[in-house]
Design a protein around this ligand. Structure first.
Ligand SMILES: Nc1ncnc2c1ncn2[C@@H]1O[C@H](COP(=O)(O)OP(=O)(O)OP(=O)(O)O)[C@@H](O)[C@H]1O
Ligand SMILES: [Mg+2]
Length: 329
C-alpha cells in the first residue's frame, strides 16, 4: 500500500503546532510553538491573545514542519486539523488555515477531534498498540474513561461530573503559589513530600469522577494554615486523585474483561500517576502511555487521529467549522 503523508494542524488552546506523519504512526516532524510564557503573566490562557498568536505563528510553524520533514506541499496526501473541542477563536485559526491550504494545494481535508488526537498519541509511541483497549484521558479540559472498540468506535464509560483533573492540578498549584501551568510544578514538588494528609476521595455508583471536592479541601487547608507543608500537600493530592483514577480504571477493565490500558492527555505526563499505573503490570495488565512530548497538545497526534479517519473514508468539505464543545462519541 502507498504511504500516506498527513499534515496535522493543532490550535485548540495555547499551542500552535504543525506536524508531518507517515501512515498515522511515524512522525517526520512535530513543530510546537507554545505560548505558555505569554499566558503565564496572566495566570492562565487568555483566549483573545491565544487566537492572535496562532494567526502570527501558523504560517511559519507550517513551513518549519515541512522543512524538518524534508517534504513540500506536493508530498502531502491529506490535511488533518483540530476543529474541536477547544477555544473557539483559537480553533478557527487552524480550521481556516487548513481549509485555505486544502483549497490552494488541492488536497483532502479531515476535521479531527482533539480528544481523539490525545488517544492517537498512544499509537505513535506504542507501535504495536491496537484496539480494543481502555483509555483514560486525563487532560486540562477532560477526564474520560473510554472503551476504544476500534480506531473509529468509542464508548465513554465514565467522566468527570465537575472539574477536569488538569484543572484541579492547575488550581491547586495556583492557590499554593506555584504558578501556571501547575501540573508539572505539583509533580516536581510532590516528589519532595510525604502523602500524610487525608483528603476526600470520591466514589460514585458508576464510573464517573469528581475533583472539585478535593480541590476545595486543598484550598481550605492552605487558607487555614498558610504554613502547611506544600510538598506534603502536593504528594497527598496526587496520591488521592491517582487512587480515584486507578479504582475506576480497574473496575472498567474487569467489567469489560480487557487487560490493555492506555493513558492520554497532559496529566498522563505526571510521574506519580505513571509509576502507579505501571504497577498494574504486576497484576497482568498491559499499560501504555505516550512519550512525554506527545502527552500535551501537539499536531502529530492530530495527524495520527486524522489518518485513521481518512483511511476509513471520512473527509470534510470547506464548510468545516470550529465546534468548541465537540463530543467524543
Ligand atoms: N507532569 C504533569 N503532572 C500533572 N499535570 C500535568 C503535567 N504536565 C501537564 N499537566 C497538565 O496537563 C494539562 C494540559 O494538558 P492538555 O494539553 O492535554 O490539556 P488541554 O489541551 O488544555 O485540554 P483538553 O485536551 O482537554 O482540551 C494542564 O492542566 C497541565 O497542568
Ligand atoms: Mg489537549
Amino acid at each position: 500500500m502507498k504511504d500516506i503523508i498527513t499534515l496535522g494542524i493543532e490550535s485548540s488552546c495555547d499551542e500552535t503546532s504543525v506536524a508531518v506523519v507517515r501512515n498515522g504512526r511515524e512522525v517526520l516532524s512535530n513543530v510546537i510553538n507554545t505560548q505558555i510564557a505569554i499566558h503565564t503573566q496572566f495566570g492562565g490562557v487568555v483566549p483573545e491573545i491565544a487566537s492572535r498568536k496562532h494567526i502570527e505563528n501558523i504560517s511559519d510553524v507550517t513551513k518549519e514542519a515541512l522543512k524538518q520533514a524534508n517534504i513540500t506541499f506536493s508530498d502531502v496526501d491529506v490535511i488533518a486539523c483540530t476543529y474541536g473541542p477547544g477555544l473557539v477563536g483559537a480553533l478557527l485559526v487552524g480550521v481556516s488555515y487548513a481549509k485555505a491550504l486544502s483549497y490552494a494545494i488541492n488536497k483532502p481535508l479531515v476535521g479531527t477531534n482533539h480528544i481523539k488526537g490525545h488517544i492517537a498519541a498512544n499509537y505513535i509511541t506504542n507501535l504495536k498498540l491496537e484496539p480494543p483497549f481502555i483509555c483514560l484521558i486525563i487532560s486540562g479540559g477532560h477526564t474520560h474513561l473510554v472503551h476504544i472498540k476500534d480506531y473509529q468506535n468509542f464508548e465513554i464509560l465514565g467522566k468527570t461530573r465537575d472539574d477536569a483533573i488538569g484543572e484541579a492540578f492547575d488550581k491547586v498549584a495556583r492557590v499554593i503559589g506555584l504558578g501556571y501551568p501547575g501540573g508539572p510544578k505539583v509533580d516536581k514538588l510532590a516528589k519532595e513530600g510525604i502523602a500524610n494528609i487525608t483528603l476526600p476521595k470520591t466514589r460514585f455508583e458508576n464510573l464517573d469522577f469528581s475533583f472539585s471536592g478535593i480541590k476545595t479541601a486543598v484550598i481550605n487547608l492552605h487558607h487555614k494554615d498558610p504554613n502547611i507543608n506544600k510538598a506534603d500537600l502536593c504528594a497527598s493530592f496526587e496520591k488521592t486523585v491517582t487512587e480515584e483514577l486507578l479504582d475506576n480504571t480497574i473496575e472498567a477493565a474487569k467489567k469489560l474483561n480487557i487487560t490493555k490500558i492506555a493513558l492520554a492527555g497532559g496529566v498522563s505526563a505526571n510521574s506519580y500517576i505513571r509509576k502507579s499505573f505501571d504497577k498494574l503490570t504486576e497484576q497482568g495488565y498491559e499499560v501504555y502511555y505516550p512519550e512525554l512530548k506527545l502527552c500535551t497538545d501537539n499536531a502529530a497526534m492530530i495527524a495520527g487521529a486524522g489518518y485513521y479517519e481518512f483511511i476509513n473514508g471520512k473527509t470534510s468539505d470547506l464548510s468545516l467549522n470550529a465546534v468548541p464543545n465537540l463530543k467524543l462519541e
